[in-house]
Design a protein around this ligand. Structure first.
Ligand code: ADP
Length: 188
């Protein structure tokens, strides 16, 4: 099963992806986590990505696509995965489609986790206290990430709607309730 989770920052994509991956026995691939690891390890990619992440801007497509391509060719995704945080732009969605076609593979479903803006801002400031992510702590950076989501990421919702693989689930309620909703659309 090859899945993609979509939704605004703070929609709970990462939390849900972890739980659902465990349930289905597939791999969780979070571009945000991979990038934060690269920054911590001081890799070349981390060095290039850092300033964009700190400003709440997107890291350039070619850096992200290169990082994903490496994972796809490494074999670790062969038994299924959930993509979390990628694609985030239409060019990334197109690059992913080309990559998958080349490997005779495809996405089975894109799950959109729907959460209202105000809820998102409240959740991110709470996460800042718990996890200490700098890009969560500053409200203007949080607002910028929401803006970037609307302008650059929302258009890919239509991309997957046209491919007829989009499923939307309400992302409010308890973590368990949301997990149950997601598992039910996946297993249907
Ligand atoms: P959130 O979904 O809460 O914003 P992530 O952990 O998914 O957080 O991403 C954190 C940051 O990493 C983003 O604000 C962005 O700078 C960068 N990033 C992650 N994935 C991508 C991507 N696919 N394309 C460009 N930038 C990305």
């Amino acid at each position: 099963m090859n899945l993609l989770f979509l939704g605004p920052p703070g929609s709970g994509k990462g939390t849900q992806a972890k739980v659902v991956c465990e349930d289905l026995g597939i791999l969780h691939l979070s571009t945000g986590d991979l990038l934060r690891d690269s920054v911590r390890q001081g890799t070349e990619l981390g060095g290039k990505a850092r300033k964009y992440m700190e400003a709440g801007e997107l890291v350039p497509d070619e850096l992200i696509v290169g990082m994903i391509e490496e994972k796809m060719t490494g074999g670790e995704l062969d038994n299924g995965y959930i993509l979390d945080g990628f694609p985030r732009t239409v060019p990334q969605a197109e690059a992913l489609k080309a990559m998958l076609t080349k490997n005779n593979s495809r996405l089975d479903m894109a799950v959109l986790i729907d959460v209202p803006d105000e809820e998102v801002v409240a959740r991110l400031s709470k996460r800042a206290e718990i996890e200490g992510r700098a890009d969560d702590a500053d409200e203007s950076i949080v607002r910028n990430r929401l803006d970037v989501y609307k302008k650059q990421t929302q258009p890919i919702i239509d991309f997957y709607r046209k491919e007829s693989i989009l499923e939307a689930v309400p992302g409010t309620g308890t973590i368990d309730e949301i997990t149950a909703r997601i598992l039910s659309v996946i297993k249907e």
